[in-house]
Design a protein around this ligand. Structure first.
Ligand SMILES: CC(C)(COP(=O)(O)OP(=O)(O)OC[C@H]1O[C@@H](n2cnc3c(N)ncnc32)[C@H](O)[C@@H]1OP(=O)(O)O)[C@@H](O)C(=O)NCCC(=O)NCCS
Length: 187
């Protein structure tokens, strides 16, 4: 599955992204650590290698619970966007997480990538609702949902284990009927 807009491409993350992924992550440690998921005390440890992470994501994808995308710009790996927590049945719900190389920030790339992924969730996967959880301190990510017109639906104290502790999150969600033409049409 490839989603494209000009030089921006979302395509499945694969094991062959290892070198580019490590290079970008190493350069961006300070940029990303504050927003990165961590392992809560007592929980099963997160994958320690890129290969293990991709293996786990592909297993989730095969089970229909996740879509792990590599984000490319001009043919270069620049970040990741993951559609996760896909729930079918009466929920038809998912959430979206993302990060981009600091060197590529501010070009509107991840805002458009989120719009493309949400539209894929609505129109190809037929999901009904997409949720994005953001730490109140994360002004850049708050701008992403603001620019896409994704409404705030609540506040979740100690919602996710991020950067070593349980962190409060503001919750944003959009339903398919709120955006009949999709989110990319809003940009
Ligand atoms: C949040 C994030 C994905 C946005 O990606 P992006 O491709 O830069 O998105 P945009 O270009 O649309 O910029 C969104 C906002 O980020 C801010 N921003 C832009 N360049 C920035 C930079 N170099 N440094 C810090 N913030 C910046 C601006 O407020 C911008 O809003 P604006 O367009 O009104 O100026 C990116 O900042 C990032 O990866 N942050 C670290 C990881 C993270 O927070 N992930 C999300 C967790 S919920």
């Amino acid at each position: 599955m490839v989603l494209a807009h000009g030089a921006l491409r979302l395509r499945p993350l694969t094991r062959s992204d290892r070198k580019a992924w490590r290079k970008v992550r190493e350069r961006n440690l300070a940029w990303l650590t504050r927003w990165d998921a961590t392992t809560p005390p007592g929980a099963e440890a997160r994958p320690r290698t890129f290969a293990a992470m991709v293996r786990g994501m592909h297993a989730e994808a095969r089970a229909g619970r996740q879509l792990p995308f590599a984000v490319e710009y001009d043919g270069e790996f620049v970040g990741q966007l993951t559609v996760n927590n896909i729930v079918r049945g009466s929920a038809q719900f998912c959430s979206v997480g993302y990060w981009i190389d600091e060197a590529q920030a501010g070009k509107g790339l991840m805002t458009r990538a989120v719009a493309m992924a949400v539209d894929h969730c609505f129109f190809a996967l037929k999901l009904h609702r997409v949720e994005i959880a953001i730490r109140p301190e994360n002004t850049a990510s708050l701008r992403v949902v603001e620019k896409l017109g994704i409404p705030e639906i609540g506040y979740a104290p100690r919602y996710l284990h991020i950067d070593g502790d349980w962190r409060d999150h503001r919750l944003f969600a959009v339903c398919r009927e709120d955006a009949p033409k999709g989110l990319e049409a809003r940009l």
